[in-house]
Design a protein around this ligand. Structure first.
Ligand SMILES: CC(C)(COP(=O)(O)OP(=O)(O)OC[C@H]1O[C@@H](n2cnc3c(N)ncnc32)[C@H](O[C@H]2O[C@H](COP(=O)(O)OP(=O)(O)OP(=O)(O)O)[C@@H](O)[C@H]2O)[C@@H]1O)[C@@H](O)C(=O)NCCC(=O)NCCS
Ligand SMILES: Nc1ncnc2[nH]cnc12
Length: 317
């Protein structure tokens, strides 16, 4: 039986008695814990988007919207395949990892998503948007900052703004020149997901997040808040997926219908459900699918859960 003195001479015991060392270990454990909770919340936000209905042209638990190649189960497989990715990118964020490292994690996550969906692109925009926000949230947390939307956005731009701006141009070495988004950007002069990232996700911070709060403050429920935020996004965003499927005419229709819905009071209008369902049928008739707006809604749900919702005080502490 080793004596107490010989035990305390073991290297691990000696280190554990150094206050700085134990404090560092405690901090690392707490950051790892935070990243795991954040990742669970990111997956939950994707689920929050999927289960929303009515959602014009988009896949939900009710129907497949404008899609014949995917349904809700394709999305469930996809979001489940991303659970480790969100932990990994958050942990990279705590270290202030360079964008090149985040990009590699994003590319691996896209590959996992495509394996899970048999080659269908369900969440490419979300891998990018929610991934970058997880990295920024985790970076804020590692620096001991308050998790406010302003701090998260500023951190994102300070840490990765230059690289995100450079990412607006295709990088032939990674073979991304042929994406639908870049083709649309070239033909219709719209920014899409890359520009959103470079500007620090203005649609999330300036449009969707305030709209979620406005609807909740008006006393309406979370479903209404998500519907209003989605319509507000569709009214403002240059969604490359809409341009890809419907060209300029499709994009104008999406914006006009969404603006009209919001001008009529959104979910504050007594007939909102019928109006939103009519819009859904119209988008399906024209095969329009605002997938970019759907991803941005999920990103806003994530930011709301972490930075605004009091139930997540544990994540903020
Ligand atoms: C930066 C990337 C996201 C690359 O983007 P890129 O501009 O090259 O375009 P896409 O490959 O087309 O993907 C962009 C996806 O982003 C979503 N999106 C569109 N507009 C916006 C917007 N204004 N703001 C934010 N997000 C936007 C959209 O995602 C949804 O649509 C998906 C379906 O798209 P698609 O496959 O085109 O649809 P179909 O109609 O079904 O196509 P066909 O069958 O007809 O071909 C849906 O799944 C939603 O997710 C766009 O699809 C990123 O890809 C990238 O750089 N990746 C590398 C990894 C990386 O750098 N990561 C960084 C660290 S995380
Ligand atoms: N619910 C949804 N339907 C179609 N495309 C999407 N992209 C992200 N979410 C989507």
């Amino acid at each position: 039986m080793p004596s107490l003195i010989s035990l305390s001479n073991q290297p691990a015991m000696r280190l554990a008695t150094v206050p700085h060392y134990t404090e560092r270990r405690r901090r690392q454990r707490s950051l790892r814990d935070f990243c795991r909770k954040l990742a669970r919340e990111a997956v939950r936000s994707l689920y929050q988007e999927l289960v929303l209905y009515p959602k014009p042209g988009l896949v939900s638990l009710v129907d497949n919207g404008s899609h014949d190649d995917m349904d809700a189960s394709t999305f469930m497989r996809s979001l489940f395949s991303l659970r480790h990715y969100f932990v990994e990118i958050a942990e990279a964020g705590t270290r202030g990892a360079p964008f090149s490292e985040l990009k590699q994690l994003g590319i691996k996550a896209e590959q996992r998503m495509l394996r899970a969906t048999c080659g269908i692109n369900t969440h490419r925009g979300a891998i990018f948007g929610l991934g970058m926000l997880c990295a920024a949230l985790a970076s804020c947390r590692a620096q001991g900052m308050t998790l406010s939307p302003q701090a998260v956005r500023a951190t994102l731009l300070i840490q990765w703004g230059d690289a995100l701006t450079a990412h607006t141009s295709p990088s032939p070495s990674t073979g991304d020149a042929g994406s639908n988004g870049l083709r649309v950007a070239a033909h219709h002069a719209v920014g899409g997901a890359r520009e959103e990232g470079a500007l620090g996700f203005p649609s999330v911070f300036d449009i969707a997040l305030p709209q979620l709060q406005t609807t909740l403050d008006a006393g309406r429920d979370w479903q209404c808040a998500k519907v209003d935020a989605l319509f507000a996004l569709m009214a403002h965003v240059s969604d490359t997926n809409v341009y890809h499927r419907g060209g300029n005419a499709g994009a104008s229709m999406v914006q006009a219908r969404s603006r009209a819905f919001m001008a009529d009071g959104g979910t504050g209008n007594i007939n909102w459900q019928a109006q939103a369902e009519a819009c859904h049928r119209e988008f399906v008739r024209h095969r329009l699918s605002p997938g970019g707006a759907a991803d941005l809604l999920a990103a806003a749900c994530l930011m709301h859960a972490i930075c605004v919702d009091n139930d997540f005080a544990v994540l903020k502490a």
